[in-house]
Design a protein around this ligand. Structure first.
Ligand code: FE2
Ligand code: FE2
Length: 367
């Protein structure tokens, strides 16, 4: 088992930034890494090992004080067993959502690869990534199966929205890769933070996170570099779609990836006021969400897609700190503030004044 805290970082273009040679060298390095440093969900995880057994009352599943929900009085007032069970269910539910996201991602990558001319190096790398994501989905589903939670995953409406991004893999890859970053960057941020924290993790979870972080570094590297290479050549309409669409996508994805699922809220009877305290009205959670999207925000800045009109959309969604006003975190296009900001961006960046639940579903738990 891997024990080192030395986490793999993203590969970057080392020399000749922006040249097609440098880009192709990066793709060659990423593809080579996929050959020499890859993992198998069953060959590289000892699922039946004694240390890897999952027990719902194991204190190592408990959420720490640095977790938004774990820091609430409500959570701390629960029994030790209940705190651990909530922590385990939060992890299992996120893995279920993660594999659903990866399902969209794999199909979008296949669409992307299907339209590439012969000889393009992206084809090989995209297939390496599809294979790696398939291994991730196998390990996430195996964890869910062993967790005891019959995890439901995303709501049908959210799955429907996410599925629409598959076609963008072929018709508008930059928007598809914005979606990819929206799902991968927040999870990568959360997993790296957990691994660096130094707190004892359940060994199975640690193993899964280390495998995932190692391979995601390549996926993130590819998505970022692909965007750097292609956005520069886009026309104004496509750039505007990216400038407005990306923050909407990122906001929705980050909220989904960083909050407990509705199912977990319902099963454990977490009061909505606690969810509100932990997430919606919690400035440190909002700051953490912004931090999880820092790299993609910097990329958008670099691509010239954070000019004043577009910046208002980011700010209305709470992805950039508001100046002197409460930021509005939001899912998709739901708040008047966001509508106003999007309209402002569409109107050439003229500033407009921003104006401004968890729906439990019934599902028996199977244990
Ligand atoms: Fe993955
Ligand atoms: Fe990935």
């Amino acid at each position: 088992m891997t024990t080192t805290l030395d986490l793999t970082e993203e590969e970057v273009v080392r020399t000749g930034t922006g040249t097609s040679d440098a880009y192709e060298r990066l793709l060659a390095r990423l593809s080579h890494q996929s050959v020499v440093k890859h993992f198998d969900a069953y060959g590289d995880i000892d699922w039946d090992g004694e240390d890897f057994a999952i027990e719902g009352s194991d204190a190592r599943w408990e959420l720490g004080d640095d977790d938004p929900l774990g820091a609430t009085d409500w959570y701390r007032s629960q029994s030790q067993e209940e705190r651990a069970q909530i922590g385990l269910d939060v992890v299992a539910a996120k893995m279920k959502m993660g594999l659903q996201f990866e399902s969209i991602l794999k199909r979008g990558l296949l669409e992307f690869a299907s339209d590439l001319p012969n000889g393009f190096p992206e084809f090989r790398y995209a297939y390496h990534e599809v294979i790696e994501e398939a291994q991730h989905s196998l390990m996430f589903q195996e964890f869910v199966n062993r967790s005891g939670l019959d995890a439901l995953g995303l709501k049908k409406i959210d799955m429907w929205q996410a599925r629409r991004f598959i076609a963008f893999g072929r018709h508008f890859p930059p928007l598809f890769f914005a979606f990819v970053l929206g799902g991968e960057d927040p999870i990568d941020h959360v997993q790296r933070k957990a691994l660096r924290r130094g707190q004892e993790l359940h060994p199975l979870l640690e193993r899964i996170m280390r495998i995932h972080v190692t391979e995601e570094a390549r996926h993130l590297s590819f998505a970022r570099q692909y965007l750097k290479n292609t956005v520069v050549g886009l026309g104004p309409i496509r750039r505007a779609i990216l400038g407005i669409g990306a923050p909407l996508i990122l906001s929705g994805m980050a909220q989904m990836m960083m909050q407990p699922s509705r199912q977990v809220v319902r099963i454990h009877g977490i009061p909505l006021r606690v969810i509100s305290e932990a997430y919606r009205k919690n400035p440190s959670h909002k700051a953490e969400t912004r931090e999880s999207l820092r790299k993609v925000r910097q990329l958008w800045q670099e691509l010239g897609l954070l000019r004043p009109g577009y910046r208002d959309v980011w700010r209305a969604l709470g992805l950039i700190e508001s100046k002197g006003a409460a930021s509005h975190g939001g899912r998709w296009l739901r708040t008047r503030a966001t509508v106003a900001a999007v309209h402002g961006a569409q109107c050439g960046g003229r500033r407009r004044r921003p104006a401004g639940r968890l729906l439990p579903r019934t599902q028996p738990r199977t244990r």
